[in-house]
Write a protein that binds this ligand. Structure first.
Ligand code: NAP
Length: 323
């Protein structure tokens, strides 16, 4: 039985990827920062909490990373753990940059020293491209112009991964994922925040939704399908390891998105209040990508319309909130 080690296992993607790997017959070891505060809700929602072996590890501590990798000797490590919020990274730039870079470097160094045959996946982000003016759609070749501390940290982690692959021949690669959502998305991210707030308005628990700049456009997709692509990236022959953009290929404005949620739930649009104070210091205005490379090389299939995905997330979120 192959062993997969997943950092960030308690997050949205960690839960869906764990499910995928268990279905594929892997033993899954999930790393958590603290046994005392494990967020079990996503793994439990998917009915797999008891199937994932949890291990407490501080990824900032080289010795702890060394011990856990030596102990389990996984065939693959999926590194999903990160301070993952762009907005929070403006408030906590030092913590974000430290964690999102040093945790990656610790794992890569341990793989290099202990067992260079361990495959390594790095969860990268479309945020690394920053404000792209003309080069649409974004591909793996688009230059990085990161526009937030989060994006800087993910760009550096991306290049560290490339560097360890080129310098030491590791099977190490990054999935450059555009925004992807699900009912398991944390409530501090835009789509889930809008849906949760709309459900609260419907139930008279709040009266309005306050939002920032709704002219911003993003390329949105569905997390379980994106985890399928991540899985496929790690199944290639050794000489074909590579980085891939994973996206839907289409951007939609936050205004279209919020309006769709409110219309779907029959809530008047006047309950959406735009507040200048909520605009970000350095906003990316539009971003969409091209995953032709992943579709061709990995056989990944994705053709979902995000408005349909949105309606399914709304329905599932209502179900979850009723329980
Ligand atoms: P998420 O739901 O926010 O999960 C993040 C995970 O990282 C959680 O397990 C969290 O643990 C852990 N974590 C966060 N800060 C940590 C810290 N300082 N120390 C230890 N653990 C920490 O994120 P996600 O949506 O699943 O995303 C997974 C990865 O993909 C992240 O690296 C994210 O940056 C990247 N990504 C996501 C998207 C997207 O649209 N979702 C797009 C591109 C890239 P706790 O449960 O203990 O908080």
């Amino acid at each position: 039985m192959k062993t997969a080690l997943i950092t960030g296992v308690t997050g949205q993607d960690g839960a869906y990827l764990s499910k995928k790997l268990l279905d594929e017959g892997y033993k899954v070891i999930g790393l958590t920062r603290s046994y005392n505060s494990i967020n079990t809700k996503r793994l439990s929602f998917l009915g797999i909490f008891d199937s994932v072996e949890m291990k407490e590890v501080d990824l900032m501590d080289f010795t702890s990373v060394l011990k856990v990798i030596e102990n389990f000797n996984p065939s693959v490590i999926y590194n999903l753990s990160a301070q993952s919020s762009v907005a929070l990274s403006f408030e906590q730039p030092i913590g974000t940059v430290n964690y999102n870079i040093m945790s990656v470097l610790n794992i890569l160094e341990v793989i290099r020293l202990v067992n260079p045959l361990i495959r390594f996946y790095q969860a990268s982000s479309s945020e690394i491209f920053g404000n792209v003016i003309t080069e649409f759609p974004i591909t793996e070749l688009t230059p990085h112009r990161p526009a937030s501390p989060y994006a800087v940290s993910k760009s550096t982690a991306y290049w560290l991964t490339v560097n360890y692959r080129n310098s030491y021949g590791l099977y190490a690669c990054s999935g450059i994922l555009f925004n992807h959502e699900s009912p398991m998305r944390s409530g501090n991210f835009f789509v889930k925040k809008v849906i949760d707030s709309a459900i609260e308005i419907l139930r008279n628990k709040r009266s309005t939704l306050e939002v920032g700049n709704l002219e911003v456009k993003r390329d949105f997709g569905y997390s379980p399908d994106y985890m399928e692509a991540v899985y496929l990236m790690m199944q290639q022959p050794n000489n074909l390891v590579d980085d891939y953009v994973i996206c839907s290929g289409r951007s939609i404005s936050l205004k279209q998105l919020v309006d769709h949620v409110f219309n779907y739930l029959n809530i008047p649009l006047k309950k959406i209040i735009v507040k200048k104070e909520l605009f970000r210091p350095n906003e990316i205005f539009d971003i969409y990508g091209d995953s032709s490379k992943a579709k061709k090389a990995l056989g990944w299939v994705y053709d979902k319309d995000f408005f349909q995905v949105l309606e399914s997330i709304i329905d599932q979120s209502i179900d979850i909130s009723n329980k």
